[in-house]
Design a protein around this ligand. Structure first.
Ligand SMILES: [Zn+2]
Length: 113
């Protein structure tokens, strides 16, 4: 995002926009959220988890939407594919933000198309 767009020609801006757009993820894979995992202790006081062997790690996806956040448990088998979707979405949205900056520069130059 530190690119100084004002130094680029219009031709370069169109090319940059095209290159950025090519890297945007497939919208069908969009999954917004933040993954985190943690270790847990259960309620059984005689369990191994009370002696340095906690359960887990368990993975969760924190999702923010409609003015509130919630946490969804991610089964271990789905953790890799979930991580891929979340990461692709994060990268894609960063690219969309950059494309928007390019289009803003084109608009300033009355060259938006
Ligand atoms: Zn336990």
């Amino acid at each position: 995002m530190s690119r100084d767009l004002s130094q680029l020609t219009e031709r370069q801006l169109y090319a940059l926009r095209k290159r950025l757009a090519a890297g945007v993820h497939d919208p069908a894979l969009t999954l917004r959220g933040a993954l985190h995992s943690d270790l847990r202790q259960c309620s059984n006081e005689r369990c191994r988890c009370r002696h340095g062997e906690p359960h887990g790690p368990y993975t969760y996806l924190s999702v923010y939407g409609q003015g509130r956040s919630r946490t969804v448990y991610v089964p271990q088998a789905l953790a890799p594919v979930t991580a891929e979707h979340v990461e692709a979405t994060r990268r894609g949205e960063a690219l969309l933000l950059e494309i928007s900056q390019v289009n803003l520069e084109l608009l300033r130059r009355r060259a938006l198309r």
